[in-house]
Design a protein around this ligand. Structure first.
Ligand code: NAP
Length: 549
C-alpha cells in the first residue's frame, strides 16, 4: 500500500529528506521543484514505511487505503507524475550543513514572522551559538498562515505546529508589535545585530490600471482575505454582499479561496476560526454566484492542481466552466488541470462558481459605486515560451456590486534598502542584498510572490547558507551593541506574550465549539499578552471580563 501526497501539501520537502528510498519528487535540487504544484510519491518505489507521514508538517501524506473519497484523485496525480520519469538513485539528497567557525554568539534580527522568517530562524538555529530575534509589526506571528490561509483549509494551518517547534529552540525570541521603519530603523537594527534578514513578503496588490478600479465596491481580494481572517488592519472593513453576484478578477489560488468562502454555506464555516465579524456578514450574504474571470484559457489557469481538485470534489458547490476545454496544454500539469475541469458536474441548489475564460476586464462600471464590470473577449497568441491574451472588440458588461481584484501581490520598498521596482523585490544574489554586507532577504521580498508555504524552506536555506559563508569569511562586522535597545524591546510582545494570546484564543474557541476565536484588536491583544499564565483560574476569569476577551 503506497503512501499518497494530498491537497494540503505545502511543498516544504521535509518528506523528501525523510524518505529512505528517494521515492518523493521533485526534490529541491531538481529543476522542476520551483514550478511544481506539490511533491508526489512514486507508488512503485514507495516501501510504505510511513517515514514521510511524520515528516510532513501539514498532515498531507496518507496511506492510500486511508484516503477519503475526496482525496482519491490524488492517487492518480501522484502516479502520473512519476509515470515517465527516469528512476532516481535510491539515496535521497541530504541537506548541506554549514558549521560555524567560532563559538561567539551570532545575533540575527529576522524582520517578518511569516513562514519565510520562521524557516530562516530555523535554519539559523540549526547552528550552535546563534540567537535570533524575530520581529513583526503585528502583535501575532505566522504572517499569511494566520492572515491568508482560508479558514476552510485547517490542515494547511497545522503548519503552525512546526512553527511552534521552531519557537521552542534555544536562542529564539520574538519582538512582536514592532514596525521596522517606524518604531526602529534599519540603521538601528544594523548597529544592534550581526546580521539582519528581511522576510517582509509582498504586502501590496498589483493593479490592473483600468478606469473605475478605485470605485467603492472594487476592492482587492487580499483585503477580503485579511478581513475574514481577522487581520487587525481589516477588522472594521465592510464588503457589500447584498448582490447575488460577485466577480473576481484573476484565477490564482487566492481567487479560489475567496470564491469558496463566498459560495460555502456559512454554517459549514461556523466551526472554523473565521473571524466573528466575517461569519456574521456571510450569514446575511445574498451572494449566490461567484464569477472568476481569467484573461487566458484553461491551460493557463493560475490556480494549482491540488486546489482545483479540492474545489471540484466539493458536492455543496456548483462549479461551471466557460472556456475551451479542447485546448492543447504545453505541460502535463496544465493538461491535468484541463482534465480536472472536464470533471466539473452541476450540483443543483448549491451556490455557483463560474470559471470564465478569455475574459479581460477593461473597465469597472458605475458612477459613485461599482455596478458592474466591462470585459473584452480575448484571443490567445503565442508569446515566446508562453501564451498572451489580446483583447478583441467583443465587449460584454456583467452586473455586480462587488468586484474583487485578485491579480497577485507586490513587494513594498523597505526604508534603507535598494528596490527593484520592475520585479518588486529587493535586488539580491541568492539572498545577499547587493552592496550591503550583513543584510539578507528571504521569501517573497527575495524572489517575488510565488510558490507555497513550504517553498520558503528551501529559499531560507539558500539565504542562510550564504549568511554563514559570509560569517566564515569574516565579512560581517560585529555590532556595536547587542540585541534590541531595552526601551524598544519593552514595548514589544515576546514569545510568552504570543503564547498567552494563543491560549486565550483557543480557550475562547473551546467555549464556543470552535478551533479558536480570533482576537482582532491590537490593544486587546497587548493586554491579553501581558496577563501571566500563572494567575489562578478565578482571577483569570475576572481579568477576562475586564479585558472583554
Ligand atoms: P497568482 O497565482 O499570481 O494569480 C494572479 C492571477 O491574476 C492570474 O490569473 C493572472 O492572469 C491574473 N492577472 C494578473 N494581472 C492581471 C490583469 N491586469 N488583468 C486580469 N488578470 C490579471 O496570484 P495569487 O492568486 O494572488 O497567488 C499568489 C501566490 O500565493 C501563488 O503562488 C499562489 O499559489 C499562492 N497561494 C497558494 C495558496 C494555496 O496553496 N492554497 C493559497 C493562496 C495563495 P495571467 O496568468 O493571465 O497573468
Amino acid at each position: 500500500m503506497p503512501h499518497v501526497v494530498t491537497q494540503p501539501c505545502c511543498a516544504d520537502a521535509s518528506c523528501v529528506f525523510a524518505c529512505p528510498v528517494n521515492a518523493i519528487h521533485p526534490t529541491p535540487d531538481e529543476p522542476d521543484f520551483a514550478s511544481a504544484d506539490m511533491v508526489y510519491i512514486d507508488p512503485v518505489s514507495c516501501v510504505d514505511c510511513g517515514a514521510c507521514v511524520g515528516a510532513c508538517p501539514v498532515g498531507a501524506i496518507k496511506a492510500d487505503h486511508k484516503l477519503t473519497v475526496d482525496e482519491l484523485p490524488f492517487i492518480e496525480l501522484n502516479r502520473l507524475f512519476h509515470e515517465n520519469r527516469p528512476t532516481p538513485p535510491v539515496q535521497a539528497p541530504v541537506t548541506p550543513v554549514v558549521g560555524r567557525a567560532d563559538d561567539l554568539p551570532l545575533s540575527v534580527a529576522v524582520v517578518g514572522a511569516g513562514p519565510a522568517g520562521l524557516y530562516a530562524a530555523d535554519e539559523l538555529l540549526k547552528r550552535p551559538g546563534v540567537e535570533v530575534t524575530v520581529i513583526d509589526r503585528l502583535p501575532t506571528p505566522y504572517g499569511l498562515v494566520r492572515a491568508g490561509v482560508a479558514p476552510d483549509h485547517p490542515e494547511t494551518r497545522t503548519i503552525d505546529r512546526l512553527f511552534g517547534m521552531i519557537e521552542e529552540q534555544d536562542g529564539f525570541g520574538y519582538a512582536l508589535g514592532l514596525d521596522v521603519g517606524i518604531d526602529v530603523s534599519h540603521e538601528e537594527l544594523a548597529q544592534h545585530f550581526d546580521a539582519v534578514v528581511y522576510a517582509t513578503g509582498a504586502s501590496r496588490d498589483r493593479t490592473m490600471d483600468i478606469p473605475g478600479e478605485s470605485l467603492p465596491g472594487s476592492v482587492t481580494a487580499t483585503d477580503f482575505v485579511a478581513w475574514y481572517n481577522g487581520h487587525p488592519d481589516h477588522a472594521d472593513d465592510l464588503f457589500d454582499l447584498s448582490h447575488e453576484r460577485v466577480v473576481i478578477v484573476g484565477n490564482g489560488n487566492v481567487a479560489l479561496d475567496v470564491a469558496r468562502i463566498l459560495a460555502t454555506d456559512p454554517e459549514l464555516l461556523a466551526g472554523t476560526d473565521i473571524a466573528d465579524h466575517a461569519l456574521e456578514a456571510l450569514r446575511r450574504s445574498s451572494v449566490r454566484e461567484v464569477v472568476i474571470l481569467a484573461r487566458r484559457g484553461p491551460a493557463q489557469s493560475a490556480f494549482t492542481l491540488p486546489e482545483i481538485t479540492g474545489l471540484l470534489s466539493r458536492n455543496d458547490i456548483d462549479v461551471v466552466v466557460e472556456g475551451d476545454l479542447d485546448a492543447v496544454a504545453s505541460s502535463l500539469m496544465d493538461q491535468q488541470k484541463i482534465e480536472a475541469l472536464r470533471s466539473a458536474a452541476p450540483r443543483s441548489g448549491a451556490r455557483r462558481i463560474v470559471l470564465r475564460y478569455q475574459a479581460m476586464p477593461v473597465q469597472i462600471l458605475g458612477d459613485e459605486v461599482t455596478t458592474g464590470i466591462r470585459i473584452a473577449q480575448t484571443r490567445l497568441e503565442a508569446d515566446g515560451d508562453g501564451v498572451r491574451a489580446v483583447a478583441t472588440d467583443q465587449i460584454e458588461d456583467i452586473a455586480t456590486g462587488l468586484v474583487l481584484r485578485s491579480v497577485g501581490y507586490r513587494g513594498v520598498p523597505l526604508a534603507g534598502l535598494p528596490f527593484d521596482d520592475a520585479r518588486a523585490v529587493v535586488p539580491n544574489d541568492q539572498g545577499r542584498v547587493a552592496d550591503m554586507p550583513g543584510v539578507y532577504v528571504v521569501g517573497w521580498i527575495k524572489r517575488g510572490p510565488n510558490g507555497f508555504i513550504g517553498t520558503n524552506k528551501t529559499c531560507a536555506a539558500e539565504t542562510i547558507d550564504r549568511l554563514f559563508e559570509d560569517v566564515h569569511h569574516g565579512l560581517l562586522s560585529a555590532p556595536s551593541k547587542r540585541g534590541l535597545p531595552q526601551a524598544v524591546a519593552e514595548r514589544t510582545i515576546d514569545l510568552d506574550g504570543w503564547r498567552q494570546i494563543e491560549r486565550w484564543e483557543r480557550r475562547l474557541g473551546l467555549a464556543d465549539g470552535r478551533i479558536r476565536v480570533r482576537l482582532t484588536d491590537r490593544d486587546q491583544m497587548r493586554r491579553v499578552a501581558a496577563v501571566s499564565p500563572d494567575v489562578p483560574g478565578r482571577e483569570r476569569r475576572r481579568r477576562r471580563v475586564i479585558l472583554g476577551a
